[in-house]
Design a protein around this ligand. Structure first.
Ligand SMILES: Nc1ncnc2c1ncn2[C@@H]1O[C@H](COP(=O)(O)OP(=O)(O)OP(=O)(O)O)[C@@H](O)[C@H]1O
Length: 269
């Protein structure tokens, strides 16, 4: 809806972990529309996770405002998080992991919700298995089902596929696009997805936010012109040019960061 207030708003946001210390992120202003997939890309330590934790209501800005639908984010209510290392409870079954995240439902509702979301991610057959019996890809689908089952309008994903093999990663990218964009009740879902991968950013994002490090700032914000079009985005004619634009900037950031292993290697790379 043109002109509608953004679902998530960053208004001149800065955050320092120690009072008076150096800011981890500085002066970030940005709106994320309802139903949008925003991918956050940037070198290590640029503040990607910090940005997610601000949206999740787990951190408060030192300056500026973060708003979800016009109000400060409510931790555990407005958004659900998926992490790189899955964070499943090893002593609970797959179904138990989902059920544990839905304490507010009555037992029948909870069982129905768990069964539904396990079937959504194609894992009904392992409902009674324990996480250690599953592959990394399956464990990540359990973590995704758990986040989707919470039925929040915002899904926050922190490098969710980083520990998966290349094939599982590509399959999961497709699933994410299918599964996360609307809630079970049909409301459009807003997704903020953190990655180190330029290709993943361009495959998944409606827009890509590139952050620069120390302090984390907005370096680039680009709209992906082929987002949501059928077929493999990597085959789109503009894919290579956008990939180059993001890579060039990332390369410069890493080469000029004294804390990077590649600092000062200049034209050698
Ligand atoms: N709890 C904390 N206390 C102090 N400093 C922190 C804390 N959490 C993060 N930082 C610092 O804030 C900066 C941003 O961290 P953040 O984890 O958000 O970066 P990132 O882009 O997600 O990094 P990576 O890609 O390596 O996961 C880093 O310099 C980090 O060391």
């Amino acid at each position: 809806m043109p002109g509608a207030a953004p679902h998530i708003l960053f208004d001149k946001v800065s955050l320092a972990f120690q009072p008076g210390g150096p800011p981890a992120i500085q002066d970030i202003s940005l709106g994320v529309d309802r139903g949008e997939v925003l991918v956050v890309l940037g070198p290590s330590g640029c503040g990607k996770t910090t940005l997610l934790r601000l949206i999740a209501g787990l951190l408060r800005p030192s300056a500026g405002r973060v708003l979800v639908e016009g109000s400060p984010p409510r931790a555990g209510e407005d958004s659900a998080l998926v992490f790189q290392n899955f964070r499943l409870l090893p002593w609970k079954t797959v179904a138990g992991n989902l059920a544990f995240a839905l304490p507010h439902l009555d037992p029948d509702q909870r069982a129905a919700r768990v069964a539904h979301f396990l079937s959504v991610v194609g894992l009904s057959r392992v409902a009674r298995a324990f996480p250690r019996a599953l592959s990394g890809g399956m464990q990540q689908r359990v973590a995704l089902a758990r986040a989707l089952a919470a039925e929040t309008d915002i899904l926050l994903m922190d490098e969710p596929f980083a520990s998966l093999d290349a094939q599982s990663r590509e399959l999961m990218q497709g699933e994410i696009l299918k599964l996360s964009r609307v809630t079970h009740e049909g409301r459009p879902r807003t997704v903020v997805f953190v990655t180190h991968s330029v290709d993943e950013a361009l495959v998944l994002g409606d827009r890509v936010l590139l952050m620069s490090p120390r302090p984390g700032r907005v370096a680039d914000l680009l709209t992906v012109p082929f987002a949501r079009q059928p077929g493999d985005p990597r085959l789109q004619p503009q894919f290579a040019a956008l990939r180059e634009r993001l890579w060039d900037q990332l390369r410069q950031m890493v080469l000029s960061d004294p804390q990077s292993d590649f600092y000062g290697r200049g034209q050698a790379l």
